[in-house]
Design a binder for this molecule. Structure first.
Ligand code: HMG
Ligand code: MG
Length: 309
């Protein structure tokens, strides 16, 4: 059969629930609940995850306790095993905080569109790339893993449709900085599978031999899982997702949750693609967490799981 003939045999799930998932919550999520979520994700087999963001606490209050989440790791309240704990870092001040907190990896983040970059990080795209040059050099000196994000790669809340050439240029610039993993963000969930191919195939051709691409799809219009499958079919083997489908960006009006990790794992399991994540354990964690924070569940798998359990 020709369909799905290029799917990877294994997908690396990059879990963003604790960061992207919670950064936009209107109610404060306690440190205790965050620790519960992180530990549950790790117990379910998640190997790479974002634990927070070293950004301005006044702008993103939910991430203000990121240092404390890392402290919980060092005090062994959270047992990391061999898992890698990333955090967003926008500048040198963020990197200094990240290093002090003892991160194993950082993620720098910019955008394909100027208006979003300006509103999100207060910098133009080229300003952000200049800042990242120093951040990446210093992070590598400290032997940290570095990932980069290109937000609004498929559409922008302020500029509408985005030309794939624009997204490509920014991804290439991140690659020039020596970043080896670049996540391509559908920040407001407007992409469709054909759009994923239009944006990501040229990237794979241009930088695919030196960089691993990840797909970061928000599910605002219900296309995230289809987009993930499209990305996988062209050989992308890292997919970002968030437990329960939590998520959204405070600087992207209308953006809702990421692709739910449960929905992704259900599809992968059904197609015989390995992820190393236990769907049962993950679902139990997400259900309990959603109860704790009083948030309705958006993951379709979890809705079915809740009814059946
Ligand atoms: P700024 O105000 O332009 O920075 O913020 P500044 O250098 O002008 O400094 C102003 C003040 O902020 C100074 O303090 C700095 O020390 C402080 P003062 O001297 O006035 O007392 N400051 C900081 N404090 C703590 N941590 C820092 C830091 N940097 C400066 N790192 C900045 C620039 C980027 C920090 C700000 O705009 C910011 O924090 N933005 C928040 C960005 C954010 O978290 N967005 C959401 C995540 S991105 C996302 O969701 C998209 C993604 O999921 C992919 C996708 O879906 O597409 C990744
Ligand atoms: Mg996001």
């Amino acid at each position: 059969m020709k369909a799905f003939d290029k799917l990877p045999s294994k997908i690396e799930i990059f879990e963003v629930g604790v960061r992207d998932g919670l950064q936009n919550e209107s109610r404060r999520v306690s440190l205790e609940d965050k620790i519960f979520l992180v530990q549950g994700l790790l117990s379910a087999g998640v190997k790479r995850l974002e634990l927070g963001a070293f950004v301005r606490p006044d702008l993103v209050p939910q991430m203000a306790d990121t240092e404390l989440v890392y402290e919980a790791i060092h005090q062994s309240e959270i047992k990391m095993g061999r898992a890698k704990a990333f955090a967003l870092v926008p500048n040198l001040k963020g990197l200094e905080r990240a290093i002090d907190a003892g991160v194993t990896g950082i993620a720098v983040f910019t955008a394909a569109t100027e208006s979003f970059a300006k509103r999100n990080i207060g910098m133009s795209i080229s300003e952000s790339l200049a800042v990242f040059r120093d951040v990446v050099t210093e992070a590598k000196r400290k032997k940290l893993e570095v990932r980069g994000y290109v937000s609004t790669a498929f559409g922008c809340p302020f500029e509408g449709k985005v030309s794939p050439k624009k997204s490509l240029k920014v991804a290439e610039k991140l690659a020039e900085l020596g970043i080896k993993e670049i996540s391509i963000g559908d920040t407001i969930g407007v992409a469709t599978p054909m759009g994923v191919l239009n944006v990501m195939v040229p990237m794979l051709k241009s930088i695919g031999s030196e960089v691993r691409l990840a797909g970061h799809f928000h599910d605002t219009r219900g296309t995230a899982l289809a987009n993930a499958l499209a990305a996988m079919q062209i050989g992308v083997s890292i997919i970002d997702s968030s437990a329960g489908g939590l998520g959204g960006c405070p600087f992207a009006p209308g953006a809702t949750g990421n692709l739910a990790t449960e929905d992704l794992v259900y599809m992968l399991d059904g197609m015989g693609i390995k992820s190393g994540v236990s769907l049962e354990k993950l679902a139990r964690t997400s259900l309990e967490f959603s109860k704790r924070i009083g948030r309705p569940i958006t993951s379709r798998y979890l809705q079915a799981f809740r009814t059946a359990n």
